[in-house]
Design a protein around this ligand. Structure first.
Ligand SMILES: *Cc1c(COP(=O)(O)O)cnc(C)c1O
Length: 422
């Protein structure tokens, strides 16, 4: 499509967008009395308007029923988490029994590594991307040390090439083959938080498996953003948070995936708790752990219902719209944003550099050569919420649920004013 950098053209795209009205299903912060242009759905998604009622329902049931709410509230609490597995399995390309929701992301990755990082003297290395999200780096360092290994030896980072801003699949593959029989685990962020790159999860999983390693993915920036086929790809495990593209609210519950092939295997070690046992016999309070033989067997505690309720509410929107429509719009709106950036770049004679490769999801990371912190302050003051990384990278994620083409056009105008007003 031939794009145009005009309000009229942006509005025409909005009028043809079947997701356009979903903007009204979310609460927007206001700046100068107007809804902001929100580019940070990759960090904390906006609050769906339906969420409040899901929380109110729990509060009311708690008020009126107290302990009886476990079994007699409108949505009984004791198996509240089970309601999320089916809609989520659609989103991540899994079978319902392969998905569960609990805890938070880094905590879940630790729990999953108990099961899937069992190093031996010979096979003890973990492969990850260089400069992984800090929490993932601390996770991996501490797991390696916990097992008595030296992170300098056990952690193998795949580097970007000199002068390039992205990872090449061939380099990941070569590194996996090089480490070969020493490789215990591949654990990478499926969509990189910094440059927005989507890794070729299918290929990397296949190669990782072929050298005998387990392969897991941190899907914090992938879930609700790109197409995932975790089951078909043969991924061993994955985890994600729900507050980025999934709009569940700050710090809220994390999802996990464990491949079907592992579910009935009672020889896999696990840090266990009572909610991992079969529902039918759970309250017999027996000393033996009877696994559910689903991803739920990684549950430890009774569900945090007040954190699951917003997630469930947001999933109803995902169910209604479907990932296919979200992905279609995402591809189109990100292309439009890219076009706008190039147009403004020409108009102001600046030198933006989009460091996100074509293998991308919702996020464009832009190096603003010559611009600095004052530009970021200008954008924020003028109702554009973006994310700034020192020294001069902005990350822009126009979440398809609630961003419009007109937002992209208006952002371009504000960006231009910001640069020219210097
Ligand atoms: C956002 C993010 C996290 C956050 O972890 P929490 O445990 O939810 O605080 C972890 N890893 C990656 C790759 C992320 O993008």
């Amino acid at each position: 499509m031939q794009f145009e950098n005009t309000l009229k053209f942006a509005q025409k795209l909005d009028s043809e967008d079947k997701l356009h009205d979903y903007k009204n299903e979310f609460h927007f912060p206001q700046v100068n009395g107007k809804d902001v242009i929100y580019f940070t759905g990759n960090s904390l998604g906006l609050q769906p308007k339906c969420t409040q009622s899901y929380i109110d329902e729990v509060m009311t049931d708690w008020k009126n029923l107290a302990v009886e709410g476990h079994f007699h509230s409108k949505k009984p609490w004791w198996d509240y988490h089970e309601r999320l597995a089916e809609p989520l399995s659609e989103i991540v390309g899994a079978k319902t029994e392969e998905v569960s929701v609990m805890n938070t992301l880094t905590a879940n990755l630790h729990f999953l590594m108990v099961s899937f990082y069992r190093p031996t003297k010979k096979r003890f290395k973990i492969l990850c991307e260089e400069k992984a999200f800090p929490s993932d780096q601390y996770l991996l360092q501490s797991q390696v040390k916990f097992h008595g290994f030296n992170p300098d030896e056990a952690l193998v980072e795949v580097k970007k090439r000199e002068g390039e801003h992205f990872w090449r699949t061939e380099d990941v593959v070569a590194k996996i083959k090089e480490v070969g029989e020493e490789l215990a685990l591949v654990l990478i962020g499926g969509v990189n938080y910094y440059n927005g790159q989507v890794f070729d999860m299918e290929t990397i999983t296949k190669i990782g498996k072929s050298v005998g390693a387990f392969v897991g993915w941190d899907l914090a920036h992938a879930v609700g953003n790109i197409e995932l086929k975790l089951h078909t790809w043969g991924v061993d495990f994955a985890a994600w948070c729900s507050y980025k593209y999934m709009n569940s609210g700050p710090g809220n519950a994390s999802g996990i995936f464990v491949h079907e092939k592992h579910l009935a295997d009672d020889s896999i070690p696990r840090f266990q708790g009572w909610w991992g046992t079969k529902k039918e016999t759970r309250f017999l309070m027996k000393p033996e752990f009877e696994s559910t033989h689903t991803a739920d067997s990684w549950q430890v505690s009774n569900p945090s219902v007040l954190s699951l309720a917003p997630y469930l509410s947001s999933l109803t929107l995902f169910e209604e719209v479907g990932m296919k429509s979200l992905i279609e719009k995402r591809i189109s709106i990100v292309s439009y944003l890219e076009f706008i950036l190039h147009e403004i770049d020409k108009e102001v004679n600046s030198t933006f550099e989009i460091i996100t490769p074509m293998e991308r999801g919702c996020q464009l990371s832009v190096l603003l050569h010559g611009e600095g912190r004052p530009l970021f302050d200008y954008l924020m003051k003028n109702g554009v919420i973006v994310d700034w990384r020192e020294p001069n990278v902005i990350r822009l994620a126009p979440a398809p649920f609630y961003c419009s083409y007109e937002d992209m056009y208006r952002f371009g105008q504000i960006l231009k004013e910001g640069i020219l007003s210097k």
